[in-house]
Design a protein around this ligand. Structure first.
Ligand SMILES: NC(=O)C1=CN([C@@H]2O[C@H](COP(=O)(O)OP(=O)(O)OC[C@H]3O[C@@H](n4cnc5c(N)ncnc54)[C@H](OP(=O)(O)O)[C@@H]3O)[C@@H](O)[C@H]2O)C=CC1
Ligand SMILES: Cc1cn([C@H]2C[C@H](O)[C@@H](COP(=O)(O)OP(=O)(O)O[C@H]3O[C@@H](C)C(=O)[C@@H](O)[C@H]3O)O2)c(=O)[nH]c1=O
Length: 301
């Protein structure tokens, strides 16, 4: 590993990129996050220029088009970012002979499996977002042999747009909320993803014998969206924040432009075996996020 491992992160304003930027400073890892104005991943020339200027040892792609419903009517934009933008970054990394860590999603699956998904399970996205992310995985793998594709899920953090913040905002002034109880997954904190990414980056930099490929990286434990909401409100209510009763509903009672997988659970054993990385259980990280948001009433922004 170089004395300082320089990591360039694309997608600066996003949840995961901000969590990476907010990690406590260490002497052996330097993280530079870049946003759309100076690193629009859809612009191949800009990507090449930014990568040449920063001269990183590794690239993390945390930029993405993540508006799941909107993607259905904005397919070109979703594919431009999630497939073509990812390919641009992977090519720029390959040209410099450096690895790329690329984030992907549980929504590459259709959710019909009855147990947690493994990396070898067949993919079958239900909508444009999932299809565009799957295409991005394929482009990244084809463009750069030195790739780690990390599928995560149900990401939340004190910043950006996510389900946890939506729950606190919507509960402010309401007694009861209908939340789907028939979709189950792994709510995952952006901070925990950031810690995992840096651990993987260190491993790769230290050891040439790592195995490129697709890995699942989510929090330990599982919940339905209704379970997740109930836990958020229990935590927030106990601290004097917004709270509401969760009425468990079915997906049919909450129609959305695109269906979500009924089973989004990811099996993370491969990540643990290859890189020694296991993310913490979702409850503790959710509590920490709610506590942080309550300090600033940060759910409204
Ligand atoms: N959020 C979630 O629940 C999940 C996310 N993931 C994946 O994890 C990764 C990180 O997600 P998360 O942090 O939540 O995403 P966010 O939506 O919070 O952030 C994504 C960022 O990418 C930026 N971006 C979009 N287009 C471009 C572009 N052309 N060039 C540069 N930046 C761009 C966005 O900027 P702008 O605001 O200007 O559009 C935004 O700041 C993504 O790959 C996502 O698919 C996986 C599973 C769940
Ligand atoms: C706001 C709300 C949502 N829901 C349901 C709708 C949906 O089925 C589920 C999740 O809602 P959202 O639309 O907030 O979440 P969604 O945008 O589907 O979240 C996904 O984002 C992308 C980027 C990913 O990669 C996925 O892993 C996942 O995190 O909760 C309720 O039942 N009640 C509510 O009040």
């Amino acid at each position: 590993m170089p004395d300082t491992l320089n990591i360039l992160v694309a997608g600066r304003a996003g949840q995961v990129a901000q969590a990476l930027a907010n990690l406590p400073a260490t002497s052996d890892v330097a993280i530079s996050t870049m946003g759309r104005p100076e690193l629009d991943i859809c612009d191949a020339a800009m990507v090449e220029a930014a990568v040449a200027a920063v001269a990183p040892d590794m690239i993390v792609n945390a930029a993405a088009y993540t508006a799941v419903d909107q993607a259905e009517s904005d397919s070109a934009a979703a594919f431009a970012v999630n497939r073509d933008g990812a390919a641009n970054l992977a090519r720029a990394a390959a040209a410099r002979r450096i690895p790329i860590l690329h984030l992907s999603t549980d929504y590459v699956f259709d959710g019909t499996k009855k147990s947690p998904y493994e990396e070898i399970d067949p993919v079958a996205p239900l909508g444009v977002y999932g299809a565009s992310k799957l295409a991005g995985e394929q482009e990244v793998a084809a463009a750069n042999a030195a790739h780690v594709i990390l599928r995560t899920a149900w990401v939340y953090s004190p910043v950006g747009k996510n389900f946890l913040k939506t729950m606190l905002r919507v509960a402010d002034g309401r007694d009861e909320l209908g939340v789907v109880g028939d979709q189950v997954g792994n709510p995952t904190s952006a901070h925990d993803i950031a810690v995992g990414l840096v651990a993987i980056a260190r491993r790769i930099a230290d050891d040439e014998n790592w195995t490129p490929g697709v890995y699942h990286m989510t929090a330990a434990g599982e919940a339905s969206w209704a379970d997740f909401a109930a836990f958020i409100f229990e935590t927030s209510g106990a601290l004097g924040g917004p709270t509401a009763h969760v009425r468990r509903i079915t997906s049919a009672e909450y129609p959305t432009p695109v269906a979500r997988p009924a089973n989004s659970r990811l099996d993370c054993a491969k990540l643990s075996a290859e890189f020694g990385v296991t993310l913490p259980a979702w409850e503790g990280s959710t509590r920490a996020c709610v506590e942080q948001l309550l300090k600033t009433k940060g759910w409204s922004v």
